[in-house]
Design a protein around this ligand. Structure first.
Ligand code: NDP
Length: 435
């Protein structure tokens, strides 16, 4: 706390892990007295750099770039890049810390990292995005590599940005390697990678519901966000027979009482991914829906909530509203969307609640599968990757159950994910000595 007191999001993420992991350490002699958690909260390396680029008016712009290389005990650093004006070291350290546990849970050999910039992609032309990405990579390329650190996308970094970043890396290094994931299919990408985080979040919800002999079919589902994760979470809910009632962006949410069906979702995908418009424009095509400005969708009555936008978007009062409306399951697609108060409320009500580090791990798991395919110089089919994704999500669910199931049978997925993620990384660190 003394060292990181000015980094609230990082402290929040560490406290949530410490609450469940510290008692476990105290009970287990192999971890006790070795300052193992203290070592885990200190990044192995943080790189901060200047990014200069020229906008369409010929003005020189300056942004700050980052890469937090948190932990490489079980594999190369792995984690996304975020381009958003709110990006700072606290947010990237929280994301990198979460990533260490998440990557451990996937069972694949990946360490944890995260990076990005305070660059705001909103309203920028394709040319500006390309110049920024090239400038960003002209420094980052020194610090990454297919066996060192393999970044991916996150908020503000999708297929377009990964393409520009990869192009500059390849030019500077003169090598074609799997240094980034989320690549296009014709140049090293994996089938199902775009869908993986959203699909995985819904698969995790399915696994949780199964413990109650229940399914997604016929359920009313509220989703926040309308980016990569939200879009494919919605697609999977529809495929499994659920009804999607909401989507959102930073300007507010849309509520469609008739349900956002496959055609309407295709409209949203075109609106967000091609036209780069606002979610309120949904009403131009579907005037029966409502747009609620400046609000999150947690007041809408539902059975299942999937927060898929950003951190700290679901507060204690939102959790209470969801519970009062009969919500039985929350599966986090975003990273740390629920505040501490919200998590306490879900746990007290004993509903099914999955933290992002377990339920959104399908994205990075499929990135791991992309790395494997790149190394093999071979592509698996859509069905093969989806099958592996489903198996990984089921395995993560089982690991959470092993460490999180209480005497009354209630599964605390937060505790389960934290301890299961911790054990593997801690064992590797202990085996490798004090480095
Ligand atoms: P996108 O950039 O594709 O979409 C982000 C969505 O969230 C947009 O609808 C955006 O609205 C909204 N949003 C972003 N910031 C805010 C904010 N401060 N307040 C309200 N809404 C906001 O990102 P992703 O879908 O990739 O990521 C969403 C979440 O999922 C993040 O927490 C990310 O870390 C997490 N995640 C993503 C993975 C992936 O594979 N992509 C993997 C694991 C986790 P607007 O357009 O108005 O900004």
């Amino acid at each position: 706390k003394e060292r990181n007191g000015h980094e609230p999001e990082f402290l929040q993420a560490v406290e949530e892990v410490a609450e469940t992991v510290l008692p476990y350490i105290v009970e287990h002699d192999i971890y006790y007295g070795k300052n193992i958690l203290l070592r885990m909260v200190e990044p192995e390396r943080v790189i901060m750099f200047r990014v200069c680029w020229v906008d369409d008016d010929g003005e020189i712009q300056v942004n700050r770039g980052y890469r937090v290389q948190m932990n490489s005990a079980i594999g190369p650093y792995k984690g996304g890049l975020r381009f958003h004006p709110t990006v700072n070291l606290s947010i990237l350290k929280f994301l990198a810390f979460e990533q260490v546990f998440k990557n451990s849970l996937t069972t694949l050999p990946m360490g944890g990292g995260k990076g990005g910039s305070d660059f705001d992609p909103k309203g920028k032309s394709d040319g500006e995005i390309m110049r920024f990405c090239h400038a960003f990579m002209s420094e980052l390329f020194r610090h990454i590599g297919s066996n060192t650190d393999v970044p991916a996308g996150d908020i503000g970094v999708g297929a377009r940005e990964i393409g520009f970043l990869f192009g500059m890396y390849k030019k500077l290094r003169n090598e074609f390697t799997g240094v980034l994931t989320g690549k296009g299919l014709s140049w090293g990408g994996s089938l199902i990678r775009p869908e993986a985080t959203g699909y995985g979040t819904v698969y995790f919800a399915e696994n949780m519901l199964k413990t109650q002999n229940d399914t997604i079919e016929g359920k009313q589902v509220v989703i926040s966000g309308s980016g990569n994760v939200a879009q494919f979470a919605a697609e999977k809910v529809l495929q499994l027979g659920g009804k999607v009632l909401t989507l959102s962006d930073s300007s507010g949410y849309i509520f469609d009482a008739d349900g956002i069906d496959a055609d309407k979702l295709a409209f949203v995908m075109e609106l967000k991914n091609v036209k780069r418009g606002r979610i309120s424009e949904y009403l131009e095509a579907y005037p029966n829906a409502e747009f609620v400005k400046g609000k999150t969708p947690w007041g809408v009555k539902c059975d299942i909530a999937l927060p898929c936008a950003t951190q700290n978007e679901l507060h204690e009062e939102d959790a209470k509203a969801l519970l009062a409306n009969g919500c039985i399951c929350v599966s986090e697609g975003a990273n740390m969307p629920s505040t501490k108060g919200a998590i306490v409320a879900f746990h007290e009500a004993k509903i099914l609640f999955a933290p992002g580090k377990a339920s959104n791990a399908g994205g990075v798991a499929t990135s791991g599968l992309e790395m494997t395919q790149n190394s093999l110089r071979f592509n698996w089919t859509r069905e093969e990757v989806d099958k592996k994704l489903k198996e990984i999500m089921a395995n993560i669910h089982d690991s959470c159950t092993v460490y999180g199931k209480g005497e009354d049978g209630y599964i605390d997925y937060v505790k389960g994910a934290n301890i299961a993620g911790f054990v593997k990384v801690a064992d590797a660190m202990l085996a490798q000595g004090i480095v």
